[in-house]
Design a binder for this molecule. Structure first.
Ligand code: SF4
Length: 409
């Protein structure tokens, strides 16, 4: 790819195996949501010599009325009466076919890749809203071996996360490594890993707010020693799960998500989830006792479903989100970032549990597609995040340790 700089970056092994499945993709990213066009690509498209593709781009690429910057300078209006990009030809991209990858707008060139710079350290992960990325990330045992390599990265693709609160580059990297190691600490139950992560982020928050980044190393050592001593985990073990609250808070959120009508695969998964929850998913309201009963049945059977067909699914989902978003540095504060991760984890667990309420347990394909559809419908949707945060706050769950009964399955 001429003209695109190759930069050193850290990435998980599954990203090196990724190839778009194009016309074989069950849920193409070229349909069902808004596709942004960056300012440079817009100018490139405008300057193309006359051709059927040039005409199509001229008709469908519209300047954004109120862009927030260069990356959403314009957008692609779907083909009339559809949700699909008009440049899609039999599952293949007409721009890519005629102009090569270099001709693509940044969003089309990069998706499902997400590149972040914490200070001057680059890392690239993928969104599991792409079915192929989800399959590779969630099922391959070595998916999260991390590699340093050179990647074609356009400057417009990088989200820059500046260091703050006196945090050094070295300590920021140590914090990221600690969070990833905790997410894959198999001697600790998955919900307890999340609980400890929350306690760590809450204390890191306080440290950075008072400019004490220099004390981060001491905080890391404190948590590493607490994790190796029995006290902390034994105390967590005494937590009772609050299933009724878990179901009551998260089922209503299923009705938010992408405004666009679901694609066939999304529709099928959302219908299976709604049925699994006794109808609660459709309008977000359902008979509370039935919802609770169904959720409890599903959440109790989920470990068996995972053990049988996708033993690393939840751990790899969490690892992917933490790595892709350069956790805990991609929100206003580490604890705010933590709450967003937990909110999504809660709704995803509810959807997976809903698929485990029937007679037979879901297989790997059904579990993976549930993650992909969750990510496609909710991950990129500001309304979902807003409503989920409000639901948490309303119940006072956005503070540790009130969160523990929510985390425990
Ligand atoms: S969702 Fe993924 S596999 Fe499907 S068309 Fe897009 S990049 Fe390719």
């Amino acid at each position: 790819m001429t003209g695109i700089p190759h930069l050193p970056a850290l990435l998980p092994r599954y990203v090196t195996r990724f190839a778009c499945t194009q016309d074989k993709c069950p849920d193409t990213c070229c349909s069902g949501w808004k596709v942004n066009v960056d300012r440079e690509a817009y100018a490139r498209f405008q300057a193309l010599p006359p051709s059927p593709l040039q005409q199509q781009l001229k008709e469908s690429v519209q300047p954004e009325p109120a862009p927030t910057g260069d990356q959403d300078f314009a957008w692609i209006r779907p083909a009339p009466g559809t949700l699909r990009c008009p440049m899609l030809e039999g599952g293949l991209c007409g721009v890519h076919k005629r102009l090569g990858a270099e001709g693509l707008a940044n969003s089309c060139f990069s998706y499902p890749r997400f590149t972040r710079a914490v200070g001057d350290e680059l890392s690239q992960g993928m969104s599991l809203s792409c079915p192929e990325a989800a399959r590779l990330a969630l099922l391959s045992p070595d998916a999260f071996e991390f590699l340093d390599t050179e990647l074609p990265i356009r400057p417009g693709m990088v989200t820059h996360l500046p260091l703050s609160g006196g945090l050094s580059q070295e300590d920021a990297s140590a914090v990221r490594v600690f969070c990833l190691q905790l997410a894959r600490a198999r001697e600790v139950k998955p919900w307890a890993r999340l609980a400890v992560l929350g306690m760590f982020c809450e204390q890191l928050d306080a440290l950075l707010q008072r400019g004490g980044g220099a004390a981060t190393r001491a905080l890391l050592e404190q948590f590493q020693s607490q994790l190796s001593a029995p006290g902390l985990l034994a105390a967590l073990e005494a937590t009772e799960p609050h299933h009724a609250e878990q179901a009551a808070v998260f089922a209503p959120l299923l009705r938010t998500g992408l405004g666009a009508p679901p694609s066939p695969v999304q529709g099928r998964v959302l219908a299976a989830v709604a049925e699994g929850l006794g109808g609660a998913g459709e309008d977000g309201r359902g008979e509370p006792s039935l919802l609770r009963e169904r959720y409890e049945r599903g959440v109790a059977r989920l470990p068996a479903a995972l053990a049988a067909s996708a033993p690393l699914l939840l751990e790899h989902y969490l690892l992917n989100e933490l790595f892709r978003e350069a956790f805990p540095f991609d929100r206003a504060s580490p604890f705010a970032h933590y709450l967003d991760v937990v909110l999504r984890f809660g709704v995803l667990r509810l959807m997976l549990a809903a698929r485990c309420t029937g007679e037979t347990l879901p297989d790997a394909a059904a579990l993976v597609e549930t993650v992909h559809v969750f990510c496609r419908r909710y991950q990129h949707d500001p309304q979902f995040v807003r409503e989920a945060r409000a639901a948490f706050h309303a119940r006072g769950w956005d503070v540790m340790p009130r969160l523990f009964p929510f985390l425990r399955a």
